[in-house]
Structures are given as structure tokens and as C-alpha cells.
Design a binder for this molecule. Sequence first.
Ligand code: ARG
Length: 473
Amino acid sequence: MSAEPKDQPSGKLWGGRFDRAPDEIFYQFQRSFSFDRRLLPYELAVDRVWAGALVSAGILSIEEMRDTLTALDKIADRAANEYAWLGGSPAEDVHHFVETALVEYLGALGYKLHTGRSRNELVATDFRMFVMESAGEMRATVAGMIAALVGQAEKAMGIPMPGMTHMQHAQPILFSHFLLAHAEAFFRDMQRLDAAEAMADACPMGSGALAGCALDIDRGAIARELGFSRPTANSLDAASDRDFALDYLYALSVIATHLSRLAEDFVLFASQEFGFIILPDEFSTGSSLMPQKKNPDAWELLRGKTGRVTASLHTLLTTLKGLPSSYQRDLQEDKEPVFAAHDQAIAMLTIAAGAVAATRPNEARMREAASDPALLATEAAHYLVRKGAPFRQAHEIVGQIVREAERAGKPFSQLPMETLHKFSPLFAADFYDALNLESALAGPDVEGGTAPDRVRGAIAAAKERLATLERKS
Ligand code: ARG
């Protein structure tokens, strides 16, 4: 069974050297239109510029170019408004789709646009344009995520929480400091997105199938007209380079990983054991069995969906590994992972930003947990250091009094002076006053520290950085 009788070769982009039409099942197997039709707007943009280039190269007359441009506009219009036309098309890929439609509108002239070019450079160009535009959309969405974290940090300013390492109480910090830590990760993502966009910013058009174009064209002008800052440097490389897609997928994988880590914190903080945050109804679900339950499903799904995004990077790396130079049909597998990861990351960031903004901190619970005297042990060591003890010795002494307090069944900050003196003569009455949450929080008064004034400064700085990023885009 064949897709088409051999006497209708005009419907295909190739076929002259073939005796028989392709196997129907194989023909369907090798089609990419179901997903690469997403590249149609970029394909049409390239077509418009190429029509102009063909005039300069003496292939199209001005009138033929005008007719071609009009037909391209009609195709854009019809594709946007008539879903079934696009959805029901039997085209092999987006390039075939446009050529078929051009021939429908222009007759034989429709075939002229493909002069001097190859689908290999077309698909690479379309895909680069997609990545450049998508990186911009992603940056705006990441900015929304940062704004949600910074907004929450501003609202919650002043709430202490136990800072943890190894999931053990370590030193008190501000809840806002914790939120800004996550914001910082997303700021770095912005730079990774910039880098991926810069990597995509070179135009393959004029590379031909692999060797370059034999027509008299101005590759620099074509690149600029399409919004690229330069043409690619080597035609063979241009046909097979997908580094820009890898870089974009890496940036998305890191974003998803950041979301997953934030999710883990929020899932824990929402548990009864922590109780640091109150889950918003809008981003939670209940149990069909247990009436009391409010579950952090938004965060769990964010954590769970991360694998899809990181898997996309792995998929493309695996596709590229072992490919010989220049275009190979394996490269058709490059688009779906990128489209899927892009859509997934946009959805994830949107949900996460909404959930962060709607979450309420449980101030009483966090303050209570932050008041665990164990969190002040570092402060106690600093107290002895101020009295002249070397830090290593101070650390040892405080360790001993913590153990003694554990034995006595009370916090070390409540041990009587005579007990403390058994460990060091440096302890004095001011020890008890020195040990408080406020002074512990105020201690790390350095750039990037959790001292309240520093955190206030960091919030203001984060807002300024966001505004600068917005002005740039
Ligand atoms: N659909 C193809 C892709 O996405 C377009 C390029 C086809 N080129 C070729 N030589 N068969 O990669």
C-alpha cells in the first residue's frame, strides 16, 4: 500500500529518482508535521526574506516576489484561522506544507521559492528562531517567579525560622532570607537563558544542504532581516549544530531542578511536623478518604514533573551522540523534547509563582521553632570568643555544656552559673542576656547575611535587579 501513486510526484519535496512510492506506514513514521508545524511562523518569516534574496540573485522577478509574498500572507492567515487546514494536512513536514500551499496559490511559481536552499538549513534556522523567542518568554516567566519570592519575602519580613543544615537545626535565619535564597537561584537561570539565546543567535540560511549556497546572496543581510546578529560560520556545522537546543534544555533543566528543590522545602514546611507555612486552598487538594487532609499537590507535582524536563536534555544528548558531521535525519528528533520541556517549564513556573504568592507563613510556629536554644550554641561559642577563648576551645566547651544540658533535661541556656563554671571560668552573668534570638539574627551582618538590615537591603536590591532585567527585555 502506498501513500500516493507514483504519477503524482508534485505533492512531494523529492521523488524524481524513485521508482516506487514510499511504504504507507514508513511514510507516516517519517513525517514530522504533527509537531514541526509549530515552527510555521518562523518558516514563513524565512520564506519572506528568502523571496527577497532570490530577487537579488536574479531568480525571481519583482512581480514573482510580490505574488509569493502575498501567497505567504494568505498561508499565514489561513493557518491561523482555519485549524482543520493545518491539523488535517497530510504534509510531510512544515517545509512541505508551505510549498504545497504555495503551489496551490501560485501554480508552478510556488516551486521557485525553494531554489538554492535546503530543508536542512531551513529547519535549523526555524528552530534557532524558536529557541530565541522562547528564551525571551521563559525569562519573563522566570521573572514572575522571582517577583513572587521577593514579594513574599517583603511581606514576611522579620519572621525568624530555624536555619538548617543536614535537616538539623543550625542557626536562626529570617524566613525572608530563605525565600531570597531561592530567588537567587532563579536569577542565575536568567543568565543561563541569555547564554542559550546567544548560542542560537546565528543564521544558517545560505548554508545549503551542507556545502553552502551557489547563488549570489548576502548572508549577513538575510541574517539581520531575520533578527539574527550574524550568519553561521561553517555550512557543514550549521546543518548539524544543535548546541543551542542543548543549552536551552540545560537552562530549563536547571530551572526545573530549582523548582523541585523549592517544592521539597515547601512540602516539608507544610507538614504537621514543621507547620511553618499554611498551604493555600487554591493550590492544594484534599483526600477522598481522610476529611482532614490538605495536601501540597502543587508542590509534589512540580517536584514530580521535573523529571520530564531533565529527561528532555538527556533525550537530545542521546540523539546527538554518535552522529556524523552534517545533517542526519536523526536530527528531526530534536524538536519534540525542546517543545515539551519549554511548555512544561512555563506551566511549572506559572504554578509555582502562584503558589508562592498565595502561601501564608505561620509566624507563631516558625518563631517558636527558631527559639530552640540549641540554635544559639554558635552564639554561645562566639560569647566565649569575645571573652578571649580561641574558637576551637569555645566550640568544645559549648559542646560539653550542650551535652550536660541534655543530661539535665533542660536547655543549655538555663544551666546555673556554677554548672557553667565547671566548664569555663569565662562564663559571667551577661551570658544569659547574650543568648537571644534577636542578637543571633543580627550577628551575621555582612553582605549576603541574614541580619535583618541586610535582608531588607537584599529585598530592595532584588527588586532593582528585576526592574533592570525588565528594562533590558
Ligand atoms: N523534517 C526534517 C527535520 O525536522 C526537515 C529536514 C529534512 N531534511 C532531509 N534531508 N530529509 O529535520
